[in-house]
Design a binder for this molecule. Structure first.
Ligand SMILES: Nc1ncnc2c1ncn2[C@@H]1O[C@H](COP(=O)(O)OP(=O)(O)OP(=O)(O)O)[C@@H](O)[C@H]1O
Length: 248
């Protein structure tokens, strides 16, 4: 099993605060990894470092064994690493379809051969992503007019349409009703079956248990443990930290 995406010794300080401290993480092909930890543990910062949104103070980010450190978020996305944001970052006044198109366009090289046929392929990818995310009927609606769960699915459709092989999802299921949550779990499982490697930040431990093959547990910027969900979620010390017991 390959390791398409790897983080080595990542460090990031914000002023005096060590938000990420010497974190290693391997995303193995076909393995879904969950980042778990209390609020402020450094999970989102780790995604920001991994995708070029923030430059680390030290460490390495490797895609297929090659450094992508210092590359722009656009370029990293173009290389097949897609991410979602807690605040979704949709274009509210644009249509649902245009939101997905906008996600796909930066990954299409201007000089891409094929002209019209490449454009048709992109449209087909947009249609397929909308269909899989249950948004075909809402394709012409403005993103801002969607229900909350639909907006969450739109953020996944934007990733799906790019054909990215590595997905970093930041709390993708937060606030979803049980029905939407079940649909989301199925969407992720389908993507994994198609070969997508996924890392997700998730506070809902039921979803973590359903989807994750591995858990990396973070606290105060450091990775405290990594292993199978049944191992990590049964560790009283980690569970105490997660639910905010007094720490020394
Ligand atoms: N741009 C920034 N400037 C200063 N401090 C920041 C910045 N971004 C994050 N932090 C701080 O770094 C720490 C880690 O934040 P981060 O958002 O990565 O945690 P998290 O594990 O994702 O938390 P949550 O589960 O609440 O989303 C927190 O103390 C946060 O306040």
């Amino acid at each position: 099993m390959g390791v398409p995406f790897s983080i080595r010794g990542l460090d990031k300080k914000f002023g005096g605060l060590a938000a990420v401290q010497n974190v290693d993480l391997d995303l193995q092909e076909g393995v879904t990894t969950a980042l778990v930890g209390p609020n402020g543990a450094g999970k989102t910062t780790l995604f920001n470092l991994a995708t070029g949104h923030i430059i680390p103070d030290g460490g390495e980010v490797l895609l297929d064994g090659k450094s992508v450190l210092g590359q722009s978020p656009h370029l990293i996305a173009r290389m097949g690493v897609a991410r979602s944001f807690q605040d979704l970052r949709l274009f509210g006044r644009m249509s649902v379809r245009d939101n997905v198109r906008a996600a796909i366009e930066p990954t299409a090289w201007l000089w891409q051969p094929g002209g019209g046929s490449a454009a048709r392929k992109r449209e087909a990818a947009v249609d397929a992503a909308l269909d899989r995310c249950g948004l075909t009927k809402q394709a012409d609606a403005r993103a801002v007019d969607l229900a909350y769960a639909e907006r969450k699915f739109l953020s996944v459709a934007r990733i799906l349409a790019t054909g990215a092989r590595i997905w970093l999802l930041d709390e993708p299921a937060s606030g979803l009703d049980p029905h939407s949550r079940a649909r989301f779990v199925q969407l992720v499982r389908d993507a994994v079956a198609e070969g997508v490697t996924i890392c997700l930040i998730e506070h809902n431990l039921d979803i973590v248990t359903e989807l994750a093959d591995r858990i990396a547990f973070l606290d105060r910027g450091a990775k405290l443990a990594e292993g199978a969900p049944q191992e990590i979620l049964r560790d009283p010390k980690l569970i105490g930290i997660y639910f905010g017991e007094q720490r020394t």
